[in-house]
Design a protein around this ligand. Sequence first.
Ligand code: SAH
Length: 346
Amino acid sequence: MSVGILGLTEKQFLAEADNLSMTPAAAGRHWRQLFRQGTLPPEIQGKVKIPSMPIVRREPDGDTLKFAQQLEGGLETESVILPQRGRTGRIRTSLCVSSQVGCAMGCRFCETATLGRRQQLTTDEIVGQWFAARHSEGRSITNIVFMGMGEPTDNIESVLQAIRVLTEHGGPAIPASRISVSTVGRSQGIERLAEFANEPGFRQLRLAVSLNAPDDAVRQTLMPVNRAEPMADLHAAMSAWPAGNRLPILVEYVLIPGVNNAPGHATAVAKFLQGLSVNLNVIPYNPIRDSPWLAPTESEVVAFCAEAREAGLRTKRRRTMGRDAMAACGQLGNPALKRERPTRSK
Ligand code: SAH
């Protein structure tokens, strides 16, 4: 029998020790050696399974590196390594991981949406992205953001299990406070995340919600999910996110000129978010292939952020990184897949 070791916590792997004819002590040693050093002793190599996902493309752009790994079956997952200088000047390195190949949510401004949902990633394929960044690329990853391809709440159990593995002290050891799960904002998904965040060890898990609009009318044109779940539902789910001593919810707002940046829009956003503990993260729109919209100008971004702050929101803008390699927010997705996609009649 062979076990997908990257998808298991140390304890879960120990539970397999018997089946693998090894002592629990040896199993623990192998598990830790694999996560820390990236190697396995020859005697157990046939007994455990590491997903075959070689890096098939690397696209550096300044400090960022986008890499694609080929999955069994031929599809590719994409991840982005983003080094950033933190407030105190120390370097943090975030890894943006994918939870699916493609995505079913259909957001109009997002490149990944144009692929449709192609494949759910298993837990070991999600952790396999960290493994490649750490052990093939040799990077120390301090933060994980589930902001690559896919909607994490549409593959939630694999995502939660990946978080269990990524936070393991003897393994990747990334604290929950440095892991962000970004969602299109489906209530059920947020509720499941809240339930998970109430388990011991995960209280500081960060929730990020893609709001992207001041009201239902605008949100509807951008995000089909808003038809099934209007902003009132989203608000209810966000209110139920256990606050307490937790980190605020990160509210993402992709700023698209002429669509969601009119005077008054930021004030409406502030009104909608009133009473919730949030930070607003303004993301200048990164044009997708054949985009109907331009990126916002510097002064458009500044004006929107100023209005948001004026309205009382703690507001940050996300620095644009990796746009030239199609590695920036919302730009992931192999264009070859798009051409393969069966066209639907409208
Ligand atoms: N499905 C999840 C996570 C993936 S997208 C979600 O919806 O949150 C991660 C972030 O990138 C989201 O906030 C999304 O709104 C934003 N995004 C998508 N397309 C973008 C684009 N073209 N330019 C800038 N940000 C974009």
